[in-house]
Design a protein around this ligand. Sequence first.
Ligand code: ZN
Ligand code: ZN
Length: 344
Amino acid sequence: MSVMVETVNGLYCPAGDFYIDPWRSVRKAVVTHAHSDHARAGCESYLAAKSGDAILRMRLGAQSNIDFLSYGCQVKIGDATVSLHPAGHMTGSAQVRVEVKGRVTVVTGDYKLQPDPTCEAFEPVKCDTFITESTFGLPIYSWHDTDAMFSEINRWWTDNQAQRITSVLLGYSVGKAQRLLASIDSTIGPIYGHGAIVNACEAYRRCGIALPNVQSVTEAKASGEWHNALIIAPPSVQGSAWLRRFGKISTGMASGWMRVRGIRRRRSVDRGFVISDHVDWNDLFTAIQWSEASDVWVTHGYTQQVVQMLVSQGRSARVIRTEFTGDDPSVEEDGFQDATAETS
Ligand SMILES: [Zn+2]
Ligand SMILES: [Zn+2]
């Protein structure tokens, strides 16, 4: 019997009778991170990484029955031994290591190898079977140096200030927005945020992540001075009345999809910053190498292309099904729907 098997509810461990990031309500769910395509409300009990506790509580509700586990600590669930290891994707994101009778499977969830001040670095974990996402699993997806990208954002912001244009930086409310905030030069000017982002920042601070001060746009009295400010908002505000208050604006979007000119144009943003919280093509294969796995299962994204490449390298590899596809750039990068409808 395999350590993990595919079921209609998602990946299941028969020896421990639990699911990892299940698609539907189940009895016991091990959750890799707080994005909505991975953490769903309605399960009887959850296990997740301690370092992201307040963020997962925000997502699942205060009443949810969640056990938190520190990275690297082992727990016995039935006949399986489970531990969580940093995935480098966002605060509290974890790879799940499951060992049954000496056989080890690692489920990555979403992950990246690039540095991120809001979370611990991806930890290579050796295993027999490596189950990886492939959101950006095409050779065209290669990320730029992160320091260079953040310098570009800082420069865009100061250039806009000089021209009295308000800078609106678009990024997903949970994860991306906080990484942007923790990495930009906050001495350039005041920073304002959409309500969903301000709320998520509070959960991040409860997790001990230092972020610059972000005032809520709706509570701000700074009308007329917006051109000095950086406004951080989720992509869903594009084309909405919410943006009108700022006068003349320049929009920037931070996403891995910005690597592709056609997508940039389709999203009609003034500037695209190639910043992703997922592995690019090269880092995907680096992580696979580090795992030393003899068998690789690929899910979520460009699964066929990645499996073909692995098979051509002589590895055993297969596609596993997901209810979410990562290859549609019109869908938000992490499927995260913003709970706060702040459109006026
Ligand atoms: Zn995801
Ligand atoms: Zn995610």
